[in-house]
Design a protein. Structure first.
Length: 117
């Protein structure tokens, strides 16, 4: 069984999730059940699926959970773009988050490639 805490991709996605929780606490309160809820769920889905995939018995199953994580990080990317366009985030914060998201996407893709050969 793999230890998810040893994967840099898990550490990076967990750190991103913590940052998302921090920044969304400043979003308008009327977004509590909208963007705030959705972006928090999507961001936490990434390290959650990596963790769950590590607990599976095969590379094929692990890869399947990485595919789910890949979809979630794309969802987070869009929600950051939307939050920026709605002026909930400043451009500097948006850029920082989008750069981190890009790195996580690349790491997910790379790990999937290693697993599926």
């Amino acid at each position: 069984m793999r230890d998810f805490k040893k994967y840099n991709i898990w550490k990076e996605s967990h750190s991103l999730t913590l940052k998302i929780y921090q920044i969304t606490s400043d979003f308008p309160k009327d977004e509590k059940f909208g963007i705030i809820s959705q972006i928090r769920r999507a961001s936490s889905s990434v390290p959650t699926n990596i963790s769950e995939g590590c607990g599976r018995d095969s590379d094929v199953e692990f890869s399947r959970f990485l595919t789910i994580a890949q979809g979630s990080i794309c969802e987070v990317e869009y929600l950051i773009i939307l939050s920026n366009d709605l002026s909930y985030l400043d451009k500097e914060t948006s850029k920082e988050l989008l750069d981190r998201i890009s790195q996580i996407r690349k790491q997910i893709h790379s790990l999937k490639q290693k697993l599926t050969g």
